[in-house]
Design a protein around this ligand. Structure first.
Ligand SMILES: *Cc1c(COP(=O)(O)O)cnc(C)c1O
Length: 394
């Protein structure tokens, strides 16, 4: 039985999956079973923030594995406490952290905090959460309902929880707020929706309005967090102070981890939220190693250099191939080329993989780039050489 046959027979087929068998990764280069190299501009959808085989991360994991992988959250967990402190310090916000295992779970935690806040802080219960069209917040029944894309709300999974509505623009959010609204949940740069950043001033104005109204601002930083936009959090870049922030993808460098942090530290009390695996020794040791690597790179100015270099390359391509791409979009190392149409998007993706370069799609017509934060200049150069080879005939 081939690997493909095995996968098709035994794994539920929920993904449109490619069957190249990768067996090794070094930095931002992946190797398949035949030893062929691929440049990785996707980093496992923004997860491998320090690339593959990073020395600091792998040795931290090996050390931790030999000691304790997991005990329950009924015991204090030293790397968990340290990671919470590190996240809070890097963010600059006076918050407390709860650890989960994924982005969707972190968002579930955020919604629970908001719901309880709405239940206890007002005379009449508030429970409604406003999100934006084209947003993506996860795949659980609740977070899929929070996701502002109708195609995700298939009747197959109904009934969904009540209390979610979607607005076309930030301007529309103001009008949608009523006396049952408790929170606005937003990605500052919509990732899956098409690598679309919101305008900084518009967000600052909304944040100020929500604060004045006593309504919570929840920022979903599952994709934008952990230096993806150049700052530790996109909220730092936008210079806002959210009530609740969620993290996941890049935080564990590949170890499953999610986090919800809030300045409303006393809302959830003992027994009201929990997770068996969340914040265990292994995942939080990974988080500590990742933040150690990335905070040093940030301080040295090297993350800035990388994102400027990457963006210049993309801008040059957008200009040179303007019959394919409308423009370059995104922030930091969360970038996209907006293709002129979906056919071009698909052709670019197909050709790119043939040239052994891994990129992603987003929205209806965006080619998405989420390289690891530690990607080298050489890997960027090689990746774009392959990208040009892939698109030059289109
Ligand atoms: C990926 C993503 C999620 C979902 O994270 P999972 O770990 O797949 O549950 C939620 N929000 C945003 C913005 C994401 O990019």
């Amino acid at each position: 039985m081939t690997l493909e046959e095995q996968d098709k027979q035994y794994v539920l087929q929920t993904y449109a999956r490619d069957y190249t068998n990768f067996v090794k990764g070094v930095g931002s280069t992946l190797y398949d079973e035949n030893g062929k190299d691929y440049i990785d501009f996707a980093s496992g959808i923004g997860v491998n923030s320090v690339g593959h085989g990073n020395e600091t991360l792998t040795s931290a994991l090996c050390e931790q594995v030999k000691n304790i992988i997991h005990i329950s959250n009924l015991q204090v967990i030293e790397p968990q406490a340290k990671l919470a402190q590190k996240i809070v310090e890097l963010s600059g916000y006076d918050m407390g952290v709860f650890f989960a295992n994924s982005g969707a779970e972190a968002n579930e935690g955020a919604i629970k905090i908001a719901r309880k806040y709405g239940e206890t802080k007002f005379d009449a219960k508030r429970y409604k959460v406003i999100t934006l069209e084209h947003s993506f917040h996860g795949r659980t029944i609740t977070t899929v309902k929070a996701t502002g894309q109708e195609s995700f709300h298939t009747p197959h999974f109904s009934p969904y929880p009540d209390g979610f509505s979607y607005e076309k623009s930030i301007e529309d959010v103001y009008k949608a707020i009523d006396d049952e609204t408790i929170a606005v949940l937003i990605e500052l740069v919509q990732g899956e929706g098409g690598v679309q950043p919101f305008d900084k001033e518009e967000i600052q104005k909304l944040a100020a309005h929500l604060k004045a109204e006593g309504i919570l601002l929840i920022v979903d930083e599952v994709q934008t967090g952990v230096y993806r936009t150049g700052e530790f959090l996109a909220s730092n870049l936008y210079e806002i102070e959210p009530d609740i922030i969620t993290l996941a993808k890049g935080l564990g460098g590949g170890m499953p981890i999610g986090a919800v942090m809030t300045k409303h530290k006393d809302i959830l009390t003992v027994g009201e939220h929990g997770s068996t695996f969340g914040g265990n020794y292994l995942s939080t040791s990974a988080g500590l190693a990742v933040l150690d690597v990335l905070s040093k790179l940030y301080d040295s100015g090297s993350i800035d250099e990388t994102l400027i270099y990457f963006s210049q390359k993309l801008q040059a391509i957008a200009k040179k191939y303007d019959h394919l791409f409308e423009k370059e979009v995104g922030l930091g190392l969360m970038r996209g080329l907006r293709a002129n149409n979906a056919e071009i998007q698909n052709a670019v993706l197909e050709n790119t993989f043939k040239e052994r370069l891994i990129v992603l799609k987003a929205g209806k017509n965006t080619v998405r780039f989420l390289p690891s934060i530690t990607i080298s200049k050489n890997e960027i150069n090689e990746g774009f050489k392959r990208f040009e080879a892939a698109i030059s005939s289109l």
